[in-house]
Design a binder for this molecule. Sequence first.
Ligand code: AMP
Length: 286
Amino acid sequence: MPQVIDNPRELFAATEVWRGRGLRVGLVPTMGALHEGHMSLVAAVRAAGARPVVVSIFVNPLQFGKNEDLAKYPRTFAEDLARCDNHGVEVVYAPAPDAMYPVGFQSHVEVERVTAPFEGEARPTHFRGVTTVVTKLFNATGPCIAAFGRKDYQQWRTLDRMVRDLDMPVEMLGCPIARDEDGLAMSSRNRYLTASERTRAPAIFLGLRAASRAFARGERDRGELERLALAPIRAAFDVIDYAAVADADELTDPGPIAPEASVLLVAAWIGKTRLIDNCRLGSECL
Ligand code: AMP
């Protein structure tokens, strides 16, 4: 079983010993309810030479808005630990909320422009919660390498920006989206879906794929690509927050849409569940 550590001082003391031995500590930050998408990040940091691998499991209150799903977010610690064990994870860092945010806590990390559109519009305090918690996880772990999923594409671009802007000495890996066989991106929130919602949910992938294939055939009109993506999603989902092409790096309005330079981002509601997904135009979702 992985070693379980629940406070930042103890974690730093442990990783300090490993760093002293010349090991490259790896970190995979998660909110738990682990699935094979998370485990693909574990495999990626390990393939990049990380040892030991620390998986953090912390449902971060700071990144949830007032009316969001913090209270009902799935918590499956015993299963998570077993899954980590199966994948050879050496350390699970599972701090309690008051170990992360003790009374008097008032410091935050903010990244500006790249956090403004899309998720930033829908969830105004979300990214400041993410960048703050990841900074704290980096400080407690002292990782050489950290892995993040491109499933949360804007989060990945934001954290990559933060590390470069603030000279954080961490090698950042952005990993591909792990999907179920029918294309649905794996997500802890998929557990919320009813059976009938689950059958409709792959429509996001079908939309991304339709646009991606049109792009591969030479379609470069942004409006047309967005329309192609929207059609199947509209048919299956209840509310669409956005389905838009953006610059793959900064998430600004795209210039001329070129291979690998643009990303198609989607957020949509099916019943009470909000799902996000994306596809970089050029090589993904074909
Ligand atoms: P979460 O537990 O949802 O906060 O996710 C923790 C990390 O796992 C983030 O870097 C996510 O982007 C990543 N992740 C979640 N789902 C997937 C997936 N289907 N494929 C790849 N990475 C994922």
